[in-house]
Every structure is written in C-alpha cells, then in structure tokens.
Design a protein around this ligand. Structure first.
Ligand SMILES: [Zn+2]
Length: 381
C-alpha cells in the first residue's frame, strides 16, 4: 500500500519542538517528513477515493498484519556507522527479542553486515534525517526496498563519543520496536490523546510557520495521533512506543495525560506485546493473527463497508500475509451471523478479478462473502 504521489508535508519540523528528551522525533529542524510518514500519507490519500473518511482507519488496520513469521531469523544490515555505534544498535535491538521466537542476524562484530545487493529484512542507516522505521514487514515492500534504508537513527555524522547515548539507545529501542511491527502507544484508542491536543495552538503554529490552513493541520497531523493502533491492552504511558510531544501542544500542558518528557524504556506491556506477536510456536502466532483479525473485524463492522470495499481491504490485508510460508486461515466476520465463519475461500467471491488468488501475493487467496458480511484470507504456500 505504498504509492507514488508525494504530498508536501512539513510535519517533521513541528515535532522537533519536543524539548530536551525525546521518546521520538520526526526530522530535525528541517522540512523533511520521514519516509514512513510520507508513505503513510500517500497511502491514506490514495485510499480516500475508495473509502473517504474511513481511509486513515483502514490504513491503521493494514498495519495489524505486518508481523514477521514467528521463528524467523531477521537479517539486519548497516549502510554506515562506526563499529561502536553498530555494536550499541545490536545490543539495544537484541533486548526486544528476549522471550520471543524471533532471531536477528546482524553479521559478525565488529563490522557487522554491510547492506549490499542481497536485500536484508531490516536495513539501518545513521545518516538520514530523523528517527524512523517502517512497520514490520513493510520494510520489505518493493517501494521501500528501492529506496534502501528501512530504519534511520539520526547522528548527524557525529563521532560515537559525542553522541547522547541514552537518547540514541532509546531511539534505537523505539525504532526497532516499529521494525518488529509495534505501533505508537499514543494512538491507542484508550489513550484518547487526540482530545488532549490544543488544536488552536497547533493550527496557529503551523499557519505561521508553513502557511497551513486549519484543515491541512487536521489532515496532516490528526491521522498520526488518532489512527487506530487497535492494540487491545490498556493505554500504557510508559511504553517506549509513546511519543514525547512538546508540552505547548497539549491543552493542559505538562499535566496532560498524554505528555511524557523523560526518555522511555521498554515497558511491561511492550514486552508482552512483542512476546505475543512472536510466541514460541507457529500455532500460537496463528492464534495471535486470528485475534487481530477479530479486532480488525470489529473496526470494519463500524465502517459499514460494501462488498466492493471489502474486496479492496481483503486484497490489501492479503498482501500482508505473503511472507508466511505456512498454512493460515483468517476469517473477518463483520456480523455475528457472518457467512464467513467456518467457510473456505472457495465459497466466496474473489477479492480481485476472476480468481481468489491475489496477483500481488500468489500464495494468498482472498474471498468476500456475497452477502457482504465478511472476508476470508488463506495462505497456502
Ligand atoms: Zn515512532
């Protein structure tokens, strides 16, 4: 779901005004919007034709199936960085994998793996602007691979001894969390952080600085804070996946429940989220995917999609499953009586064209219930 038109957004600069300690930054005082946010905005924009105002919600839905297959060894490479910096990255990133069935292969110290013609799953650079990563398997999307890096930790080319190491380590933790498929905590439906923003101040700031209209602020900023994360755990302010945004952006300043200032570490909820996503057995991960499918179904039910829209969503979700080399059967039942329950894809209408196989993911079949009550996705490698 990454298309090509580039909206000109300058959100990066806004979010650099986050004070001295940062759980997350977008850009560094330049007008750059990070590549994942550009892709996100492009996706939402291209989905508006089919889904209107439901587009940002559905874009969030797609992210739920960006998990790597359990038990996989992720290949990680570096474009640059001195050996001490790469060693810090490796040690910090490895902490995520404790207790999971996922492994990461960074190559051998002290040089580790250099990014080359063999495409690694996660491709790290320290030389671009901002702190960012694509979400899970989006790192292998053809458009992302074409651009090279999938994860950036900004160091401005500074030598290792000059870097603010706790801050860099925190940024690595946050971004590697994204690379494993974790989403932002302040986007938790339970956080209701969107209600906390001082939209007047944010709008004035963006108007003065970049000449944005109020509507542009809403469209460009709101999706990043309001898009559903769909995680079913309660709002976790201690999550390393929570943004630190400047206090002036909140109606109640530092008293806002969504304001965090100090650097974050991996929280208990972060830990359990990643362990549930990558449990010890494939069967358990399939269960997790089924759980996510049920959550997605609940969200889609509220959107009242027609069968044509369901087919589009099905094809988008199906493409996310192409990385799995095992049989998977997911049902997205939008009503209690949905005809997809227990049904196989053969009894459904194909999501694309005449056959149920997805052109963009030939091992995945996708069917829509003729009565519009749901979807079935099947992986059969
Ligand atoms: Zn982030």
């Amino acid at each position: 779901m990454i298309t090509k038109t580039l909206p000109v957004l300058v959100l990066g600069a806004m979010v650099t005004m986050t004070g001295s300690s940062l759980a997350h930054r977008w850009g560094s005082g330049s007008d750059d919007l990070t590549p994942p946010l550009v892709s996100y905005a492009e996706d939402v924009r291209s989905m508006r034709g089919d889904f209107g105002t439901a587009a940002p919600v559905l874009r969030g839905v797609y992210n739920q199936l960006n998990l790597w297959p359990a038990g996989q060894t992720l290949m990680v490479c570096f474009y640059d960085g001195d050996s001490e910096l790469k060693a810090l990255f490796v040690a910090t990133a490895q902490k995520w994998l404790q207790g999971t069935s996922l492994k990461a292969d960074f190559g051998l110290a002290p040089n580790f793996r250099t990014c080359g013609s063999n495409v690694s799953d996660i491709r790290v650079t320290f030389l671009q602007k901002g702190y960012w990563s694509y979400i899970g398997t989006d790192s292998l999307h053809a458009e992302v691979v074409k651009k090279g890096a999938s994860l950036n930790i900004e160091t401005n080319g500074l030598p290792f001894r000059s870097l603010n190491l706790p801050w860099i380590a925190e940024a690595i933790t946050h971004e590697f969390g994204h690379a494993l498929g974790l989403l932002h905590e302040h986007q938790s439906p339970a956080s209701r952080c969107g209600d906390e923003f001082d939209w007047g101040k944010i709008t004035n700031f963006a108007k003065d600085k970049w000449g944005w209209t109020a509507e542009e602020v809403r469209t460009n900023f709101a999706p990043y804070v309001d898009a559903p994360r769909l995680r079913t755990t309660p709002y976790d302010k201690n999550s390393v996946m929570h943004y630190a945004l400047a206090d002036w952006m909140f109606k109640r300043g530092k008293k806002s429940r969504c304001y965090v200032s100090e650097p974050r570490r991996m929280s208990k909820t972060d830990r359990s989220t990643v362990v549930n996503a990558y449990p010890p057995t494939l069967a358990l991960q399939s269960k997790e995917l089924e759980k996510r499918a049920a959550t997605i179904s609940g969200v889609m039910n509220q959107l009242r999609l027609n069968t044509r829209q369901l087919a589009v969503v099905g094809a988008g979700l199906g493409a996310k499953l192409r990385h799995y080399k095992r049989k998977i059967h997911l049902e997205f039942a939008l009503t209690k009586e949905s005809m997809v329950r227990g049904a196989d894809v053969g009894s459904m209408n194909p999501c694309e064209g005449e056959v149920a196989k997805l052109a963009q993911a030939p091992t995945v079949s996708c069917g829509v219930a003729p009565d519009g009550t749901g979807l079935v996705l099947e992986v059969d490698p």
